[in-house]
Design a protein around this ligand. Structure first.
Ligand code: NI
Length: 178
């Protein structure tokens, strides 16, 4: 396994709609494992393939990874789709591709996601609260949607200036979502 470099806003791959995976090969499984290792190393609670420069519908997430001594709960999902959504929850979200940027978001508090697992089996995840928020955030990445799309152009430009400084200082000042 390997820790991969994380693509940062405004790299174009983050704005592309990711392609569905036609067949789960050993290369796809290796990529899912590298994505998990990259997520844990960041540290983050989720990561989508475009964030490692690959425009394919793959996400990994682990809602336990920001809590100490929690049992690991890793999901590695291929072609995930939200098939049901209800309720509202507010969450202050960050993103590994947008270091230092946090935004309160209103998400659905309950979602059902259908996907394929690393062995090619169909799986259904019935998720509430934090897990539901992470799933929505990561699936947004597969549609080229970023947190920062929700603020004005002026605020995006201000952030880009701040990002240059963050990168120059070598710092990554916040704990990110994914
Ligand atoms: Ni993100």
């Amino acid at each position: 396994m390997a820790v991969l470099p994380i693509t940062l806003f405004p790299e174009p791959v983050l704005k592309q709609v990711a392609k569905p995976v036609a067949k789960i090969t050993d290369d796809i499984r290796k990529l899912l494992d590298d994505m998990a290792e990259t997520m844990y190393a960041a540290p983050g609670v989720g990561l989508a393939a475009p964030q490692v420069g690959v425009s394919q519908q793959l996400i990994v997430l682990d809602p336990s990874s920001n809590r100490e001594n929690a049992k690991p709960q890793l999901y590695q999902l291929v072609n995930p789709k939200i098939t049901f959504a209800e309720g509202e929850i507010e969450w202050e979200e960050g993103c590994l591709s947008i270091p230092g940027f946090l935004l309160p978001m209103t998400r659905n508090s309950h979602v059902i996601v259908e996907a394929i697992d690393r062995d090619g089996k169909d799986i259904t995840i019935d998720a509430d609260e934090f897990l539901a928020v992470i799933l929505q955030h990561e699936i947004d990445h597969l549609h080229g949607k970023l947190l920062i799309d929700n603020v004005s152009r002026l605020k995006r430009d201000l952030y880009l200036r701040r990002l240059k400084k963050i990168l120059k200082d070598g710092g990554d000042p916040t704990t990110m979502m994914g």
